[in-house]
Design a protein around this ligand. Sequence first.
Ligand code: PEP
Ligand code: MN
Length: 286
Amino acid sequence: METVSCNNLTGIKNTSPSLVSLRENQKTTIVSVNGVEIGSSKVVIIAGPCAVESMEQLFETGRSVNTGGAKILRGGAFKPRSSPYSFQGLGEEGLKLLSQIRKETGLPIVTEVMDTRQVELVAQYADMIQLGSRNMQNFPLLKEIGKSGMPVLLKRGMMATIEEFLLAAEYVLNEGNDQVVLCERGIRTFETSTRNTLDLSAVPMLKHLSHLPVIVDPSHGTGVSWMIPAMAKAAVAAGADGLIMEVHFKPEEALCDGAQSLNPDEFTMLMTELRKVAGAVGREIL
Ligand code: PEP
Ligand code: MN
């Protein structure tokens, strides 16, 4: 098996990613999410609530991000919460609401799976499967979503190195599924003023090492809604193929991650600024 140049960084040889590696003269991969292409010259904006909470919340928020220019709608039906007493998501009811709003807006849906037993169910409703940070090294789950053939949004583990991240993606590709988008969402450091430390250096590094598209999540990356515009613009300038951002029609009432959610007006304003930044670096917002 061929190896990848991040060997030179880590010194690890036997486990080096291969299918995910970018080889000379190789074309980069475009991931198609129900017709929305991630990995082209156009930057794709994914937005929506952290969790699907109710019909009103999802529909109000979904309509506003659609009007604002998002091309894919996010929303968790199965939520990985630190506390078992926190809102855990609506489960299949949430998936049904997501498919209803897709029907109205035409926006493809990305939603998380946490368990191999949920993959079949989620695949019936979603256009793209999200594999969250906490499960980045859940190897049976990586294999299962690989087998599903669905487009995958793979989030970097909060303690994962770039090499571990690429090896997680390798599990999916190894099942014959190359429709994987890598997502930098912040890592744990000694810093406590933000929820995570958004590692924007991961963007050029991942794009240097791999042919897979790379997007950035400035919501989980910072945990603070007012920082999202600055980091979103920086991510586009750094070469990200897209952004995933949390938007809630009433962030102060959110059951999950309200502090890092933009309201619809803030989202729309940010989209205007992002178009300018994208233009400045030779890209375009899809
Ligand atoms: C999310 O996208 O809502 C989420 C739980 O993200 P992460 O897995 O990056 O924490
Ligand atoms: Mn969230």
